[in-house]
Write a protein that binds this ligand. Structure first.
Ligand code: PGA
Length: 217
């Protein structure tokens, strides 16, 4: 595990990896939302990189109106896509046509992940099959509580989402897991050093050959 000095250092180190990938002829990335990647996205915007040949696939999306301010489409536009020279048609998000999304996700060059306090990656909640692919899921009570900070009230948090599966994520050539805050340390240790079990979805990453973990408290 790479322990960084602070949150901005975390963003900057992962931005170095993204910058490297963006030098490929047709880069393909899987991207996360949440509070953890904000320093990464800010740093990437500041670097003014060329995204014109890049294609992105977001990990997940709520079952929500795509124009809702808390949809992950809105999040990505606000924090990254509207601030870089990526073509909107090259920015992909899951929707109810889950099989179509699964079918277009290639073996990406880089997948960036956060981790939920219950060990989820994307919205693969505890108990998700290691063979899971893109699908509609019910959100865990813990996830709804964690994400209520982004909504006016807990009742406004969507109860369902569409997520890439664990098998989908594992196809990636390289995976970077980002975690910020001491409250993530315990689950991070369990996921990366404990038993590989569907009760801790992130533990599947121990089976991947090219995973790096970046953490700051
Ligand atoms: P966070 O969420 O970055 O908002 O902590 C991470 C996650 O749930 O994957």
């Amino acid at each position: 595990m790479n322990v960084l000095k602070n949150y901005w250092e975390l963003g900057s180190r992962v931005a170095d990896i993204v910058e490297h990938v963006l030098a490929l002829p047709e880069p393909k990335l899987i991207l996360p939302t949440g509070s953890t990647p904000l320093s990464l996205y800010k740093e990437l915007v500041n670097r003014q990189l060329d995204w014109s040949t890049t294609t992105t696939f977001n990990l997940d999306e709520y079952v929500i109106n795509p124009n809702h301010p808390q949809s992950y489409r809105s999040f990505m536009k606000k924090h990254l896509f509207d601030r870089i020279n990526i073509y909107p048609n090259n920015c992909n998000f899951p929707d109810r046509n889950t099989q179509a999304y699964e079918d277009i996700i290639p073996e990406v060059d880089l997948c960036i992940l956060g981790i939920g306090s219950n060990g989820h990656i994307a919205f693969n909640e505890p108990g998700s099959s290691f063979d899971s692919v893109t699908r509609v899921v019910d959100l865990d009570k813990q996830t709804i509580e964690d994400n209520s900070r982004f909504f006016d009230s807990i009742d406004d948090v969507p109860t369902q989402a569409i997520t890439m599966g664990l098998k989908t994520i594992m196809k990636s050539k390289k995976i970077v897991l980002m975690a910020n805050g001491e409250h993530k340390l315990n689950i991070l240790n369990i996921a990366m050093n404990g038993e590989i079990t569907e009760s801790v979805p992130a533990s599947i990453l121990q089976k991947h050959k090219n995973v790096k973990v970046y953490y700051c408290d």
